[in-house]
Design a protein around this ligand. Sequence first.
Ligand SMILES: Cc1cc2nc3c(=O)[nH]c(=O)nc-3n(C[C@H](O)[C@H](O)[C@H](O)COP(=O)(O)OP(=O)(O)OC[C@H]3O[C@@H](n4cnc5c(N)ncnc54)[C@H](O)[C@@H]3O)c2cc1C
Length: 435
Amino acid sequence: MPLSPKNDDSCGWIKSLPKRKANPSIKGVTRTKWVVIGAGYSGLSAAITLAENYPEEQIILVDANSAGEGASSRNSGYLVDSTLNDGHLSDTGLNAYKSKYELNQLAVQCVRDLIKKYEIQCDWNECGKFYATATLKIKDKLHKFHHLLDQLQIENTLFEKDALANRLGTDFYKLAVKTQGGAIIQPAALARGLVNALPENIHLYENSAVLSILKGSPHKVLFEDGEIVADKMIIAINGYMPSLGIKKDRVFPLLLTASLTRPLSLEEQKQINNVEEWAVLSANAMGATIRYTQDKRIMIRNTVEVSSRLQLTPSQLATRQQSHLKGLQKRFNFLPDDIFESAWSGVTCISANNANVFEQIHKNYWVIGCYNGGGIGLSILFGQQIAFQAMQQPQALAKKITARPQAVWLPPQPFLSLGIMAKLAKDRLGAKLDN
Ligand SMILES: Cc1cc2nc3c(=O)[nH]c(=O)nc-3n(C[C@H](O)[C@H](O)[C@H](O)COP(=O)(O)OP(=O)(O)OC[C@H]3O[C@@H](n4cnc5c(N)ncnc54)[C@H](O)[C@@H]3O)c2cc1C
């Protein structure tokens, strides 16, 4: 039985939205020309693109969970253009960095256009983000990053301790590079906005986990109580690809956990100098991601792990939350122990060389996913572009995407999990002060 996501109501971003009734699950045999599997940002974007271009045709969209409520609602909400920690700091990597940055910029623009078109309210804020560290051990890395961004004429500013304390309301950090592009968002509000924007010719089935796929002409998609027979199929299940045997020697899922506080009281806001919304990513690969939101809450994520079940028990989640609390109180020691309102986990997808998946793997069978650290923008852009490929209207951009390096081969299990666990443990040690 493949692993598939289970509904849970732990995610603070989702809980802050109005409740939504899920559509029925799939029953019996359904014949269709188009099916999209996975209704995260990738699948929603692909299905909307198909439906808008073929208003007379029915597009079937299926999710194992409630639509949009996987990683697409559970992420930290950084819609990034510039990135750190992906091995680009050598001169030889300059061009690769530039092309990645340009693709991310297109992705940011794609999301900006969508939220305007569908009038999606998702707390969009172009306030920039800080790549920060609490230890000067990695100051050279940040200076190099600053220099690289300057070389590429990407707007950025170096912040030292006092300026950071003024802006963030904590003197925890010693150095940061602030980059201006991209945006921060309420991720679940973006996902919900896309679900609400689905055109009428999309038939959405929820709580319908695909158990297996028999590729052919047509393809057969098998569920517990039903079957979809489809001529053309787009798979957009990201971290769950290996569980359906897709790209399993190229991509790997990781489980991330985050917590969100209640809104800070007026007194607590005063203690952080009534600062405005901000967003910090760690300059250390495994350091904490932390945001102060528009509604005065703090979100922190500082755990990443290999998980064979891709979910945590309540007691495991409580342990992860203790680690979030420790990270929070290192920065804001006056905040009480019971300040968190929610904690949740989410599944992300990585490859060994930071490559993505954007591919036709069989006749009339396309797959997208594996966005490594950042996928809000790329998933939506890839969803659109793969739909155009499937409609046989390839765009110039798709050529550029497919020309990028493919995900390299990964060793088989159990060596793969053990290797990744060892790498995470090493990075975690290196990032101890930034957690
Ligand atoms: C905690 C966390 C923090 C993150 N922070 C950021 C960030 O700040 N910025 C950023 O850019 N990215 C971030 N990401 C990554 C980002 O969320 C993902 O790259 C993005 O959501 C991918 O979208 P997707 O639609 O491809 O995948 P998903 O949102 O995972 O959607 C896949 C869908 O497929 C469904 N599915 C899976 N298996 C089956 C099956 N067998 N049958 C049917 N349906 C199935 C799932 O239920 C899910 O809805 C983060 C991820 C996590 C988990």
